[in-house]
Design a protein around this ligand. Sequence first.
Ligand code: DX5
Ligand code: ZN
Length: 221
Amino acid sequence: MPRKIKIAPSILAADFLNLGREIEKIQNAGADMIHFDIMDAHFVPNLSLGVAMLEQIRNITTMYLDVHLMMDNPEKYLKTFADAGADGITIHLEIHPDPDAILDHIGHLGKDRGLSINPDMPVEKLAGKVKNVDRLLIMSVFPGFGGQSFIPESLGRLAQARALLDREGRAEAELQIDGGVSGKNAADIIRAGADCLVAGTGFFRADNPAAAVAAMRGQNA
Ligand code: DX5
Ligand code: ZN
């Protein structure tokens, strides 16, 4: 059976003055989850969303909330994000080179455990480190800002990551890609092995969000 492809709009690109409507847009477009980017102006050169916004979104939707922590010391905030309504929490290998303990902590909070690498981190650095992951996120831009161009080498990195998950007995873990994703490059991304596509501008700047989701899945709307 072909893998189900999940689409995760990143609300970093949403209209914050109409956030309730933007969440409805995600639901009505047939997307699978909401991607929530947390930036600390330290690990990445930008500040973004906070816990209060996550809580408010949790109050208006039952959709899966996928929290991507681009911040130093994420271990101090796991419970805060878990309590605020995250369903999955992704941390960066750049911050936690030995991520087992923090991934265990996320698991003990009852949340899906995500691990991410930036475009300049060799995929092989993940060897031996994915046994505790539910989600592996390959960044296809340097994190910090939405609207950047997809780095083409990310396709090869996805294929390497897929092989690594298979080799390490984690074939069922989700392989996620984040940055510069749109209907134009989605087919190549899926072919390379991704099964969850995060899209900020590719979703929120689309004239027809449902068609954008379908196009990213490789379907007609
Ligand atoms: C990048 C963030 C992404 C971002 C993607 O730092 O992690 O989730 O919102 O935005 P687009 O799809 O516009 O590249
Ligand atoms: Zn993200």
